[in-house]
Design a protein around this ligand. Sequence first.
Ligand code: FRU
Length: 522
Amino acid sequence: MSSRLDAARPETAPAVTTRFRPAIHFTARDTWLNDPNGLVFHHGLYHLFYQNNPYGNVWGNMSWGHATSPDLLHWTENPVAIACDETEDIFSGSVVVDHGNTSGFGTADAPALVAIYTSAFKAPSGHGGTQAQSLAYSTDAGMTWRKYAGNPVLTRNSANFRDPKVFRYHGEHGAYWVMAAVEAQQQKVVLYRSEDLKSWDFLSDFGPANADAGEWECPDLFPLPVDGDPENTKWVLIVNVNPGAVAGGSGGQYFVGQFDGVRFLPDDGSLAAPAGVSSLADPRAAAAALPQCLWLDWGRDCYASVSFSNTPDDRRIIIGWMNNWDYANELPTAPWRSSMTLARELRLTTAGPTAVDGSVRLVQQPVLAGPPAEVMDTVQLHDSAVRLPDAVPGSAQVIDAEILPGSAGRVDFRLLGSSDGSEGTILSYDTRSARLILDRRYSGNTGFHAKFASAESAPLVLEDGVLTVQIVVDHCSVEVFAQGGKVVLTDLIFPSEGSRENWLSVEGGPATILKLEVSTLA
Ligand code: FRU
C-alpha cells in the first residue's frame, strides 16, 4: 500500500480533458476512483459504491463513493456513502440486502442494506497497521450509512486481510452468510461463515494457485449454471492479482470448481500447474504458466471485478475498475481520474475454442441497450479497407462484426484514428498465430507513463472459420468481446483531439465481411 501512496503524485494535468469523459462508463465528477465496492440491486436501482478519494484525483483518503443507475449505463453520483476518518480508511468490500434481518439492523419488513468493508486502521484507532472487517448499515435504501458500534467484526491481526465479498449460501445444512476475503500477500482466499454478519467462524482457505506472483485482492465466489442447465451448477472463484497479470500489472483470474459450503475445490481443468507447484518459488515458471491461467480479460485495464448481489432473475453481472496499478495515478485526465468497465453479464459454457476437453469457461457479455444499429453492406475485402462511421463526441460506439478471414493474413480494425492514418488503436486478428491483438502503441498520448504503450493479445480459435467481435469504443477506452464473449480485451486509450475515424481493412488475401453494424449510445 505504501508504494501506492508514494506513486500518488499531485495533479500534473491541470487542463480539463473533457474529450476523454466516457458516455456510458461511470466516472466520478471531479475525484479519483478505484475498485467497485458493494455492488447491489435494490428497489429498482443498481448501486455502485466505489473506492474514492473525496478530496483529490489520486489514490488516498479512501472512502466509499456512491452512484446509482436504472440501467447500468447511465449513472448518477450521490454523496459519499462511508467516509474515512482519523481512525480508518474504508477499503473495498461488499453490500448485502439482509432479507431475514439476521443482523437486527433493519426489520423483517424493511431489511437493512449491510456493508461489509475493510477497515484499514490508522494509529489513533489502537489497531494501527492492521486490516480487519467492519460493518456499516443503511435503512434508507443506501443513501446514508451508519457504522456498527461493535467494529471490527473480524480480525486476524494481519496487515493484509481485506476485500470481503459476502453472499447468502443455501446448502443441505441450511442457510448462512459466507465471506470470501484475502490474505493478500499470502495469495490466499480465506472463507468464513456467519449467522448474523457480526460473528464469523473460519471455514477454509484456498491458494496460492495459478497466477500467484502478485498480491491477491478482491475475490468473489458464486454459482452459475453450466450452459444454462440449472441441474448442472459450478462455482466460480474470481481472484484479482496485482502485479503478475497476463498483460502486465493488475488483472483478474478465475477458477471453476465446486463449493460445498466449507471449501472451494477447483476442477482439474481450471489449474494451470499441478496443485502444489507454486510458481512463487520460480518466476520463470510463473511467467510460462500465465497463458494457461483463466483470465477474465486479456487487456491491460480491467481490475478488481466483482459481481452484484440481489440481482433480478439471479443474473450474475460484474463491473471492473478500468485501470491498471502500473500507471493508475497518472492517467492524463482532469478533473476526474479513472472509470469503471461496462457491466458484463457472466455465463458458464463448455463450448468453444477456449474450452479444452469439455472444461468449463466463463463468457462475458456487456449489458447494452440502445437504438438500432447502422447496418453496413456485406462485402468482400482483399488488401482493401472500408470506412465505418466516425465517432461522435458525447457518444459511445458499438461495432458488431462477423468476418470470415478465409485466406487473409490479417483483419484489422483501426479505431479512433487520425485522418492521415498515423494514429489509431489497432484491433487485429492474425490468422497465422490465431491471436486477437489490441495494439495501443499509436493510439494518441501514450507518453505519460513508460508502461502505458503496449500491445496485448489473446489466443482465439475461429468457430466455423468465423471471427465474431463486439467492440465498444467510448472516448478513452476500447472493450472487445470476441466469439460471443469467450475472449475479452480491455484497454484505455487517449487519442488526439479530432482522431475519430474507424476503419476495417484486410491484408494478404480475401476475407468476407458477413456482418458489420455500428450503433451509437449516449
Ligand atoms: C485493489 C485494492 C484493494 C483495497 C483497495 C484500496 O485495487 O488494493 O485490495 O481494498 O484497493 O483502495
